[in-house]
Design a protein around this ligand. Structure first.
Ligand SMILES: [Zn+2]
Length: 300
């Protein structure tokens, strides 16, 4: 945890939430299959990931896979009691040690959604280039401003930064890190596009390419059908859902923090997820993963 006022206040609020009997109530509801806890990580430390796994196991939760979720949908099954699903976005190189090894150790399923270009080419995730430029005090839009630009405008900025800097150490996993888990019962992969664009800012042609090309590349590495997807930055429109459906994807995850209730399964291309943050207290992250954190926004 980064020590600052925000995180300390949040920690106090988290302690209040966890000690107020809300976890017990949550577990009771969860026992009836009222919801599945759907959680996503990016680049957690080994400590954060392992503590999270241990917390859910100690509290009687069962980890289910993305494949299990597809089976529930296809066979119109009820939700299993006390289920939690862990997904990971992007494909950071540290995931190998910090997530894959831990998931194998505890025998829990985890699906990682991969942006294929940084894995294939060893380039940085695009926002890392922005961070380098901002550090150098170059005149470039901030990451949040970049996310609002037309895709080609954003790419022009990124390519300009790339042309001005030396080769950097990679951000992402290498293809072998994925291929090593090709037959794993626990480590699975889905698509997170090729270059991690904001899909809703792309032309139809580019959106189609990003969604289908990443699937092809992953299938080429892993030799199994890639049928799950996570929208970069959680941005999408009906157009992206249609492209996914047309190309054999069976499920897609957004970044809306909500309990995964049976009615949310009616659109399997819009599965909500609670996010885990890397620089806040573990107490806050438990509150986030269990959804308690978001209750003030009047979630059901
Ligand atoms: Zn992402």
């Amino acid at each position: 945890m980064v020590l600052n006022v925000r995180n300390l206040v949040a920690w106090c609020y988290g302690i209040y939430l966890l000690s107020s009997g809300k976890v017990r109530k949550l577990k009771e509801k969860s026992k009836n299959g009222a919801f599945i806890l759907s959680v996503y990580f990016h680049n957690p430390s080994k400590k954060l990931f392992e503590l999270s796994v241990k917390w859910f196991l100690k509290n009687g939760f069962t980890f289910i896979s993305v494949k299990d979720l597809i089976t529930i949908k296809e066979n119109k099954l009820g939700f299993p009691p006390m289920a939690v699903i862990f997904t990971v976005d992007d494909g950071w190189k540290e995931n190998q040690q910090n997530i894959f090894e831990i998931a194998e150790k505890y025998q829990i399923p985890v699906t990682t959604f991969i942006a294929t270009e940084p894995v294939e080419e060893g380039t940085l995730f695009w926002w890392s280039y922005v961070n380098i430029a901002l550090k150098e005090k170059w005149q470039v839009p901030s990451i949040s401003e970049m996310k609002k630009l037309k895709n080609q405008n954003r790419l022009d900025f990124i390519n300009d930064i790339k042309s001005k800097i030396n080769k950097q150490e990679r951000d992402a996993l290498i293809p072998e890190d994925l291929i090593n888990y090709q037959y794993s019962n626990y480590i699975h992969f889905g698509s997170h596009t090729v270059t991690h664009p904001i899909l809703s800012n792309c032309t139809s042609e580019v959106a189609h390419f990003e969604i289908t090309q990443s699937q092809k590349i992953l299938q080429n590495w892993l030799h199994y059908p890639i049928n799950s997807f996570a929208y970069p930055n959680g941005n999408y429109t009906e157009r992206e859902i249609a492209i996914l459906k047309d190309n054999g994807y069976k499920i897609a995850f957004n970044t809306v923090p909500h309990y995964l209730t049976p009615d949310k399964m009616s659109n399997i291309y819009e599965i909500p997820r609670f996010d885990v943050l890397e620089d806040v207290s573990f107490v806050e992250n438990i509150c986030r993963m269990t959804g308690l954190w978001f209750e003030r926004k009047k979630l059901k």
